[in-house]
Design a protein around this ligand. Structure first.
Ligand SMILES: [Zn+2]
Length: 467
């Protein structure tokens, strides 16, 4: 497997720290508002990565945190006059629901900042003991960036002259303008947490380093974890600071590989027709099917910036429709074992190359054409049809789409009431057919078709879809 390491800026062969095991950490959401398409993209990319690693035979330990301590949360709770837990519970639940609609599997561990304070205190104490942190007169504790010779080795950022001079000009007791808070003192009465350093709240960067150390770290290795992921916007300062804290408080670097996904932009003019300019997943889900959104958001390589526009989304839907049309043709047929190896290997190989989704999708397109051609020429020969079978379950497991019943998939857009009515009519028709009352069954059939749908009688039952 090859991964583009966004710190070394090259594609590297992936070698895990421990045989057959992979530890993966991804920065999760700060739960003070609904999740937007950027959150979806990041969660989808690393959902795909963990699926590919598992298909490769690795035992994956995937952690994605919930930041439930943050100034934005505290601000919102204060404004609304509610507890921070009320805010964070609400938006954590909403986040989970949105991700589930996109077919994103829950990570193995989902640590919360509020439940990891012990690990943060330990890390701050280690940094103070080792001379990498200092406390100012109001009690705030800062990381001393000048004490870390490797600082900026993650983002390769170059500090400009102003930043360097700030060291002297700084009036707020910070030694260097780049120094960042590990602990912020908050006076009694405000929303704060008890700590050995007084009441306050931890710095955001600290939360991730401490959670990695608590939940994922490999103790005797050069790196704490195998892969650290997140959005490209987190590279600086967040990931730089995470790396500095881990490097200076423990005996290892934080991650052997770094992966960053691109941004999601919205094509404003076109999107305004249906979505306004909302980035929220919940709004997109009102207009588009979750599976179509998943397919669409995954169809661009994870490192590229993603320009969300309706035309591309509809083109994606057509591509997914083709897969479902094939699934429908294959419905009820058994899969022959061992016949899928070539296709499976090709698909997995594409994804093992730094999640090359466009190659993977063309492998699927090719497979769809090939199977359709074989089915066309097989005619009614069941044995030949079986030869053409393809294991849809593999695509479902690896890419997380194609999971629905193919008939129900093509019912999208029909309202609930109509669906109930159609189901009733189909049942009545089946009864009439059983009783050999063909006049009634024919008339019911006409009634059903008047809804603008087609029906298919199969050995597994009667199914319908939109014309
Ligand atoms: Zn983080």
């Amino acid at each position: 497997m090859y991964i583009f390491d966004s710190v070394q800026k090259i594609k590297r062969e992936f070698v895990s720290l421990k045989k057959n095991e992979v530890s993966l950490y991804v920065c999760g959401p700060t739960v003070y508002d609904d999740a937007h398409l950027g959150h979806a993209k990041s969660a989808l990319v690393f959902d795909l990565l963990s699926r590919v690693l598992r298909a490769e035979g690795y035992n994956v330990k995937y952690a994605r945190n919930i930041t439930d301590i943050d100034d934005k949360i505290i601000k919102k709770a204060t404004e609304l006059g509610v507890s921070i837990k009320e805010i964070t519970d609400k938006y954590t639940e909403a986040y989970h629901a949105d991700m589930a609609h996109l077919g994103i599997q829950r990570p193995d561990i989902e640590p919360k900042a509020t439940e990891s304070l012990d690990a943060m205190f330990l890390m701050i104490q280690n940094l103070l003991n080792r001379g990498h942190a200092y406390q100012i007169s109001n009690g705030d504790i800062y990381f001393d960036t000048a004490s870390d010779a490797e600082y900026l080795s993650i983002s390769h950022r170059v500090q400009n002259e102003d930043e360097k001079q700030n060291r002297v000009l700084n009036s707020n007791e910070k030694k260097n303008s780049a120094d960042f808070a590990l602990w912020k003192t908050i006076a009694d009465g405000d929303i704060s947490f008890d700590s050995p350093f007084g009441k306050g709240r931890p710095g955001w960067h600290l939360e991730c380093s401490a959670m990695i150390e608590k939940h994922l770290t490999c103790k005797d290795t050069k790196y704490a974890i195998d892969i650290h992921g997140g959005g490209a916007d987190l590279l600086f300062p967040h990931h730089e600071n995470e790396a500095a804290q881990t490097r200076c408080s423990t005996n290892h670097e934080i991650a052997a590989y770094w992966m960053h996904n691109g941004f999601v932009n919205i094509d404003g003019e076109k999107m305004s027709k249906s979505l306004g300019n909302s980035f929220f997943i919940k709004d997109a889900l009102k207009v588009y099917d979750g599976e179509v959104l998943r397919f669409y958001l995954l169809s661009t390589h994870y490192r590229s910036n993603f320009n969300f526009n309706e035309e591309d989304l509809l083109a994606s839907k057509k591509r997914l429709d083709k897969l479902y049309r094939l699934k429908k043709r294959l419905f009820g047929l058994e899969v022959h074992s061992d016949m899928q190896t070539a296709f499976k290997t090709k698909l997995l190989d594409a994804l093992k190359d730094d999640l090359n989704v466009s190659t993977a999708l063309s492998v699927i397109d090719e497979m769809i054409s090939l199977v359709n051609e074989t089915l066309d020429s097989a005619g009614k020969h069941k044995e030949l049809k079986r030869e053409a079978m393809i294991d849809m379950a593999y695509i479902e497991e690896l890419l997380g789409f194609g999971l629905e019943n193919p008939f129900e998939y093509f019912q999208t857009g029909v309202d609930k009431e109509t669906k109930v009515k159609i189901k009733e009519l189909i049942e009545e028709r089946n009864e009439a057919k059983k009783a050999k009352d063909f006049a009634t069954s024919d008339s019911l059939r006409d009634q059903i078709l008047s809804y603008g749908i087609t029906i298919m009688d199969t050995p597994q039952g009667t199914f319908w879809e939109r014309v």
